[in-house]
Design a protein around this ligand. Structure first.
Ligand code: ADP
Ligand code: ASP
Ligand code: MG
Length: 422
């Protein structure tokens, strides 16, 4: 008998019919003798609907009082889906109980809308499991030290599930979603994308952080830190398929590189439309300038991603970086009003119509010329590269948003990702 955590995403919980299917699947696992903890997302569209209502009443504000209410509001989506799943399980003849994050409790810090899990008290959950119940724990949420409800950022139910699995030392955490695993790139953009049977933890981490939304990045970080066996698989297979077949399906995240396996140089391509580029032009080229610009941005709690500084000409240089698109206007305002006057720079210009495309693969460690090949492919398509950033196992470029799909498809082809590995 094993303790297993299942997570079901929004589409998988999208209607009462789908919830009934989830209940039948979970019941199958419970009847096979497993202790089951299930972490559902809100029904698809519900989180957007709730946040949309808030925006109708008052446009998004960075104030804490507003963010607190967003979390209070958004957390109801998962509370509803969890209760519905418990009711569906009871209707299947399986004893079941659901808990909101604060009831477990899942403790987080107080960073509303992007809180981090600090600890999970599993006493209540264990007692219920011991009495033969399936326990449902809301995804996406927790409670801070003062008892306020917090949420973990969009896509955060993945992180809830992996954190619960880590805290309870579960045998496996299965992330059920609307695709049947992790693909070489988003199969909705490139139909030739191929499912990976396994993907290394490090590659998954880069893919998630570069924009593959199939797993929230923090869930991958948790899995790595606590070595949680993690699998991504489809909730759209018939619920009554053989349990062993189901348990071996999808994509397994692996922690050890298989020495015997020939590694693909590039395993996947990620892309992200959520960023915007800001350039400060005519910056005096002297010590302390990067700090003056980026220090002010960091003090405003704005995260910066790709950064480049050009060589200087006549003692002046240009300094560019990317931020989340939602923080674009705020950053430009900040630089124009607070930083430019004391910096002696000439101008701040911005471009929100950019995207970042990244190739990811452990094989890049041991092969030279991979980035050059990427640049050649893009040049053959006539795509201009605006910024570049690299790490040991990834190369990212910032390009015009309108070329995103073209770039992803061309790279997918050029690195043979649509071919079955031999
Ligand atoms: P859920 O609601 O189950 O959490 P998400 O929409 O958050 O589902 O994540 C699943 C989606 O991630 C897929 O429908 C797919 O479009 C997208 N996706 C992006 N990159 C990849 C990838 N490399 N492999 C699989 N799916 C991906
Ligand atoms: N419901 C939340 C969201 O839409 C969390 C999740 O689905 O993982 O972002
Ligand atoms: Mg998700």
């Amino acid at each position: 008998m094993a303790l297993i955590v299942h997570k079901y995403g929004g589409t998988s919980m999208g209607s009462t019919e789908r919830i009934r299917n989830v209940a039948k699947r979970v019941a199958k696992w419970a009847r096979a003798g497993h202790q089951m903890v299930v972490v559902p997302s809100a029904m698809s569209g519900e989180t957007n609907r709730l946040l949309g209502l808030a925006k109708e009443l008052a446009p998004a504000k960075p104030e804490e009082a507003y963010s607190r209410e967003l979390d209070m509001l958004a957390a109801t989506g998962e509370q509803a889906s969890s209760a519905l799943l418990a009711i569906a399980l009871q209707a299947e003849g399986v004893e079941s109980v659901s808990y909101a994050g604060w009831q477990v409790p899942i403790r987080t810090n107080s960073a509303y809308t992007k809180a981090r899990i600090e600890s999970i008290d599993d006493k209540k959950v264990r007692a219920n499991l011991a009495s033969g119940k399936v326990v449902i724990v809301t995804g996406f949420q927790g409670m801070d030290d003062l008892g306020n409800i917090t949420t973990l950022g969009r896509g955060g139910s993945d992180t809830s599930a992996v954190a619960v699995a880590a805290a309870m030392k579960a045998s496996e955490c299965l992330i059920y979603t609307d695709v049947d695993g992790v693909y070489t790139t988003d199969p909705r953009v490139v139909p030739e994308a191929r499912r990976l049977k396994t993907v290394s933890f490090e590659e998954m981490l880069e893919m998630a952080s570069m924009g593959s939304k199939v797993l929230q990045i923090r869930s991958v970080e948790f899995a790595g830190k606590y070595k949680v066996p993690l699998r991504v698989l489809s909730s759209f297979t018939p619920w009554d398929i053989d349990i062993n077949e189901e348990a071996a399906s999808g994509t397994l995240i692996t922690f050890e590189e298989d020495e015997h396996m020939e590694q693909a140089i590039v395993s996947g391509i990620a892309f992200n439309r959520d960023e915007a580029k800001i350039s400060v032009l005519g910056v005096p080229d002297k010590p302390g300038i990067a700090y003056q610009i980026l220090g002010a941005v960091a003090d405003a709690n704005i995260e910066v991603d790709v950064i480049i500084q050009n060589i200087s000409k006549d003692g002046k240089t240009d300094f560019s970086f990317t931020v989340h698109r939602g923080e674009f206007a705020k950053t430009v305002d900040l630089l124009r009003n607070k930083v430019l006057p004391s910096l002696g720079a000439q101008e701040v210009v911005g471009d929100a119509k950019i995207c970042k495309v990244s190739i990811v693969g452990i094989g890049m460690r041991s092969h030279v010329g991979v980035a050059a090949r990427m640049f050649r492919v893009l040049s053959e398509e006539g795509i201009n590269i605006q910024m570049i950033s690299t790490s040991e196992i990834k190369t990212s470029v910032v390009i015009d948003e309108k070329y995103m799909e073209l770039a992803v498809r061309a790279l997918h082809r050029a690195f043979d990702l649509d071919q079955q590995p031999t």
